[in-house]
Design a protein around this ligand. Structure first.
Ligand SMILES: Cc1cc2nc3c(=O)[nH]c(=O)nc-3n(C[C@H](O)[C@H](O)[C@H](O)COP(=O)(O)O)c2cc1C
Length: 152
């Protein structure tokens, strides 16, 4: 394995900061308003302590679970996040391919920088779509039709 691979979120964060234009990095790294929820989310994860299973056979571990009837190898999915092309020219198509490689669920954001059909046809990940219900219900209905009509 390469020595210089990032080992945690903080190290990925540092790499992203170097690689991305400031505006794109700030959008991805920032939270809404005063970022109270962002800080609370990080603190919440910090309160979850993992007990190391020292001297226990971990050669066969099973973290599999299911979500809405879909089986997956671990309880980790791609949350809906907008504008992936800010970070990668292939955008959500690349993210969906990564989700498929991990056998996990790709949840496409309403603010996707790729078309629903484009993402759907690019990989066989299990795909969810995040739909906002607008005052103009015809807009929501069109997106709903579009997301459910693409091939499973
Ligand atoms: C850059 C960015 C873009 C996001 N875009 C969306 C979005 O388009 N739709 C949405 O429902 N949530 C969006 N979110 C919220 C995430 O889906 C998720 O709820 C949030 O990051 C908290 O999840 P976490 O605690 O697992 O990090 C976005 C979050 C980030 C950081």
């Amino acid at each position: 394995m390469e020595d210089n691979l990032p080992v945690n979120v903080r190290e990925y964060q540092e790499l992203a900061k170097k690689a991305l234009p400031k505006m794109h990095y700030d959008y991805i790294n920032g939270g809404a308003e005063d970022e109270y929820t962002l800080r609370e989310n990080i603190a919440a994860y910090g309160r979850i302590l993992l007990r190391p299973r020292v001297l226990i056979d971990v050669s066969k571990i099973d973290m599999s679970t299911s979500l809405l009837g879909y089986n997956m190898p671990s309880p980790i999915i791609v949350a809906p996040t907008g504008a992936h092309k800010l970070a990668n020219p292939e955008g959500e198509v690349a993210t969906a391919r990564a989700a498929a490689a991990c056998n996990t669920i790709m949840m496409l954001s309403f603010s996707s920088s790729c078309r629903i059909e484009e993402v759907a046809s690019s990989c066989d990940a299990i795909r969810f779509y995040q739909l906002y219900v607008y005052k103009r219900r015809d807009v929501s209905a069109t997106l709903d039709d579009c997301s459910t009509s693409v091939k499973p």
